[in-house]
Design a protein around this ligand. Structure first.
Ligand code: PMP
Length: 365
């Protein structure tokens, strides 16, 4: 019997097998065009159909209200760290950032190049309390920014911050986009890079309320200008055609498999399996993240008594790899282990990892 492989990468991450098979055909010939999907022009009717179909499935899955526009942008989520202030900071010149980990911190640092940024850092070992999650009470900020899932630290914020009326909320959903329903109307803007739950690197999906368009900072480059991109239906210049196609295919797969409601059910089921092993391991496996903030998509933990040790973690990663459980090493800045359980990871993949964790515990405790 050939060895099974499960790929727990934080991104670029696994793409559903069903989608990969379709892409294989598209690479050789896209529909009846006699050319590869890689060669399709961004001005062709085929690509127009792709981008429209992608927008349609996004609207359906997230029930996006009509007064929100959709943009397909390049520059990754990191590009949005600059694009957000460049497009949304003009009202007051100030923005508020809630810091929960690496990615919100990087976003705040980038924004501070363009205006005045206030930051409040949350302690992830504490529960997510409503009062803690409404740290800004005045209307001085042009927007309040947070990241709903910190991929490096394994921190997922379930609540939406409470903000004063009229202040839009901006959210980086890169790593938990389409893993759960989202009440889009509560946000001014949400965005996410594709390479975790919705495809392959190269395109970033931005969903922005239309009244927030129209006032970019004068220094905003054309490529990051939401208003300009919106006017040009995301085809101002040559967009990332293939990643947009992949996004459409992946989201149609999500739709065929029960939508974001079913993805959420699966994410809870998969992550609970691993967290219950961590909690019952007598601290051999450990996580500092408060249970109310544990990520359902990036399970981050240490291995070894006393909060983990590098030698045991190396052994864990090496032995897991020999068993076909790939890409479990934690981010270099925090160490330890990270199992990313995005939508394309099946319950079977997760069960194989859970079984490995139980065996490793017995053999090394
Ligand atoms: N935000 C989050 C939550 C992320 O996980 C990442 C990438 N891991 C980024 C932003 C940066 O994304 P990119 O590499 O596409 O710029």
């Amino acid at each position: 019997m050939s060895q099974q492989f499960s790929y727990f990468s934080p991104g670029p991450a696994k793409i559903p097998d069903e989608v990969l098979s379709g892409l294989q055909e598209d690479l050789l010939q896209y529909k009846d065009t006699h050319i590869s999907i890689l060669e399709v022009s961004h001005r062709s009717k085929e690509f127009t159909n792709i981008i429209e179909a992608c927008e349609k499935v996004v609207r359906k899955l997230l029930k996006v209200p009509d007064n929100y526009r959709m943009l397909f942008m390049q520059g990754g989520a990191t590009g949005q760290f600059a694009a957000v202030p460049l497009n949304l900071l003009a009202r007051t010149g100030k923005a508020d950032y809630i810091i929960t980990g690496t990615w919100s911190e990087k976003a705040a640092k980038e924004a501070s190049k363009f205006g005045e940024v206030r930051q409040v850092k949350l302690d992830n070992t504490e529960p997510c309390k409503g009062d803690k999650f409404s740290p800004f009470n005045d209307t001085e900020a042009s927007y309040v920014y947070y990241c709903s899932n910190e991929t490096v630290h394994g921190v997922e914020i379930q609540a939406i911050p409470k903000v004063p009326a009229g202040v839009p909320i901006v959210c980086d959903m890169s790593s938990n986009f389409f893993t759960r329903p989202v009440d889009v109307a509560k946000f001014g803007m949400i965005y996410g890079g594709a390479q975790k739950n919705i495809g392959t690197p190269g395109t970033t999906l931005v969903i922005v309320r239309e009244d927030l368009l129209g006032s970019p900072l004068p220094s905003c480059p054309a490529i990051l200008d939401y208003t300009l991109l919106d006017k040009n239906k995301s085809v101002y210049n040559t967009p990332a055609t293939f990643p947009t196609h992949v996004m459409k295919e992946v989201l149609e797969w999500v739709s065929r498999h029960g939508g974001v409601e079913e993805m959420e059910r699966r994410c809870i089921q998969k992550s609970s399996l691993l967290y219950s092993i961590i909690d019952q391991s007598n601290s051999f496996y450990s996580t500092q993240v408060h249970p109310t903030k544990r990520s359902r998509v990036n399970v981050v933990f240490r291995v070894g008594a006393g909060g983990g040790n590098e030698a045991t973690e190396k052994k864990f990663v090496d032995e897991a790899m020999q068993q076909g459980l790939l890409s479990l090493k934690g981010h270099r800045s925090v160490g330890g282990i990270r199992a990313s359980l995005y939508n394309a990871i099946t319950l079977d993949d997760t069960r194989r990892l859970a079984h490995f964790m139980e065996t490793f515990l017995k053999e090394n405790y």
